[in-house]
Ligand binder design. Structure first.
Ligand SMILES: [Zn+2]
Length: 216
């Protein structure tokens, strides 16, 4: 099933295989930012915990909030491409529009950050044959996730976060969102710190994604 889906929709990265890696690794990813109200606080928590992550930013938001993007990079985190504008309409407008949509987002990010993104993650994780085709033209990896917590729908809490570690394995890409409503942010940050600490106690190391890791 997965093999035939991959033929149609393109291969996607859900976990990182690092052959020979002796340390167990996890890859935190934060989508939908940068957001002035919450991204700086997420950065602060990551800095306190001393772990790097990857931020899949929306290119237009990133261009409008350059300082935030520079802060993300200065803190040692990686930047992924989460589309130009997070609009779903582009999925149904044909190959040429799709290619233009992704090309412009990647160019905007390159211009904002000075480097290419680690890869592309479509809004809501939608995969279509047109997306697959366009990413192939651009040689951009399609980066999905192995684990998610639906943290935009229900508040992420310590119970669910820590329970997930029981079934985690090395190389997992974890989907979270740094664009959190202000009301939920304290609980989110507390859960994040506790999740990181517990995973580290279990021998996990947190790493940022790179283009090379995603392209294998
Ligand atoms: Zn998103």
């Amino acid at each position: 099933m997965q093999a035939s889906l991959d033929r149609l929709l393109g291969q996607s990265i859900r976990r990182i295989h690092e052959p020979g890696a002796e340390v167990k690794s996890l890859y935190l990813t934060f989508d939908d930012g940068p957001n002035s109200d919450s991204t700086p606080e997420v950065l602060e928590t990551l800095e306190t915990c001393r772990v790097p992550a990857t931020f899949f930013v929306v290119a237009r938001k990133a261009a409008a909030k350059r300082q935030l993007v520079q802060d993300i990079r200065a803190n040692g985190h990686a930047i992924g491409n989460h589309s130009l504008d997070h609009r779903y309409g582009s999925f149904f407008s044909g190959r040429a529009k799709m290619l233009e949509w992704i090309t412009s987002s990647e160019e905007m990010l390159k211009e904002t950050t000075g480097a290419p993104s680690v890869g592309f993650r479509p809004p809501a994780g939608v995969r279509t044959p047109e997306l697959h085709w366009a990413l192939k033209q651009l040689n951009l990896p399609l980066v999905m996730w192995q684990r998610r917590f639906y943290d935009t729908v229900v508040p992420w809490n310590e119970k669910r976060a820590l329970r997930s570690l029981a079934s985690s394995t090395s190389g997992e890409i974890i989907l979270l969102h740094d664009a959190q409503p202000v009301k939920r942010l304290p609980g989110f940050l507390k859960t994040l710190a506790s999740y990181i600490k517990t995973a580290q106690q279990q021998g996990y190391e947190f790493r940022p994604l790179t283009r090379a890791l995603c392209q294998e």
